[in-house]
Design a protein around this ligand. Structure first.
Ligand code: NAP
Length: 336
């Protein structure tokens, strides 16, 4: 057990809650600055919302972090808070850039000035990479984001590099590929699939409606990933790492895995937008609607994870089918 202190931004989100839960089990004290009236439902699901190891603070503006970092001088800083929805980032690019990049820069500056021995982890994103690779991307591959979220994350990522390489801070980018869990926000397709499959199996009703089910992603399990954030800060040198599975699964694979988790048989008929998932009574349980198609659904970005494997961390502790099953059972059991 340790007596280290970790500051986590974004503790109310999927990764922040899971990381807090993990660090508490490792004996950490946690400093958790949040906005006013934080939604602690994820922390509650993990039964840590009232943990004595967490000190919640309310901040109003980025500059409040100068006082927080200077006062607590945390051993580790995990900067996870962000406007994390890629699609929505087109609506307000300036705000996304401010939250995702300028805030990161402020935190790096305050850390350098007031707590230069703190180790700094930034949640970078696979959205920073060029989108037309036909092989798994490595950390050194070309970055060329094509949405405001990716642009903001790349600028922040480069600031982290600058504070490490020029200013000497122990600062690392975890280049995160998609990772899901029971705590995922309902606006993400993994949650939508698991919620609706559970509902269809238990109560029936309207079909699950999706966009391009042939779209593929490098999908991992968030509880595995947050342990890796911690491991990265325990290395002798600060570096950047892809955090990815190096495997692609389609949306259709996820639908199949979710139904089979509940021993419910479906078959597929038709092609393209006419594809339908049919149950054993001949009823349509999955349908396609073009309004859910995304412009880049045909990009199959996959992350080479050779480098992160060198730190001795098994990134696929829970394999794809098993975590989709876990998410689906969670939804099924929460239905009355
Ligand atoms: P999440 O569930 O959406 O959580 C986002 C967190 O950021 C929440 O705590 C939220 O706080 C905070 N936040 C959002 N907008 C904010 C704003 N304007 N000002 C201050 N705080 C704000 O995200 P996540 O899935 O845990 O992801 C964690 C990090 O990893 C993010 O930086 C994300 O971009 C990055 N990432 C995630 C994935 C993935 O697949 N999950 C992939 C690549 C990168 P409130 O509760 O106050 O809203």
């Amino acid at each position: 057990m340790t007596t280290k202190t970790a500051l986590i931004t974004g503790i109310t989100g999927q990764d922040g809650s899971l990381l807090a839960h993990y660090l508490i089990s490792q004996g950490y004290k946690i400093i958790a600055p949040t906005r006013k009236n934080p939604d602690k439902s994820n922390l509650k699901k993990l039964a840590v919302e009232n943990s004595e190891q967490i000190t919640f603070l309310t901040y109003k503006k980025w500059s409040d972090f100068e006082e927080i970092i200077s006062h607590y001088k945390p051993s580790e800083i995990y900067h996870l808070a962000a406007m994390s929805h890629v699609g929505q980032s087109h609506e307000n690019p300036a705000l996304v850039f401010d939250v995702n990049c300028i805030w990161t820069l402020a935190l790096l500056k305050f850390t350098q000035e007031h707590s230069p021995h703190s180790k700094f982890f930034f949640a970078s994103s696979c959205e920073i990479y060029r989108n037309d690779f036909d092989r798994a991307v490595t950390e050194g591959d070309e970055k060329r984001p094509n949405n405001p979220y990716g642009i903001s994350k790349l600028s922040a990522h480069q600031m982290v590099d600058y504070y490490r390489d020029v200013k000497g801070l122990f600062a690392c980018n975890g280049i995160l590929f998609n990772h899901e869990s029971e705590l995922r926000h309902p606006s993400f397709v993994s949650k939508k699939i698991c919620v609706n499959v559970a509902r269809l199996v238990k109560n029936g009703g309207e079909p699950l409606t999706l966009g391009n089910i042939e779209a593929k992603k490098d999908w991992g399990y968030a509880p595995d990933y947050v342990k890796i954030f911690h491991t990265i800060l325990q290395q002798p040198q600060s570096q950047n790492y892809n955090i990815s599975t190096n495997k692609l699964h389609s949306v259709k694979d996820m639908v199949n895995a979710a139904f089979s988790a509940l021993n419910y048989k479906i078959s597929w008929q038709g092609t393209g937008i006419n594809t339908q998932g049919i149950n054993s009574d001949g009823l349509v349980v999955v349908s396609i609607n073009e309004k859910y198609f995304r412009p880049l659904d045909n990009r199959f970005l996959c992350g080479d994870n050779t480098k992160i494997q060198t730190v001795g961390q098994n990134i696929n502790q829970v394999p794809f089918h098993q975590w989709v099953k876990s998410m689906t059972l969670y939804e099924y059991n929460s239905l009355i």
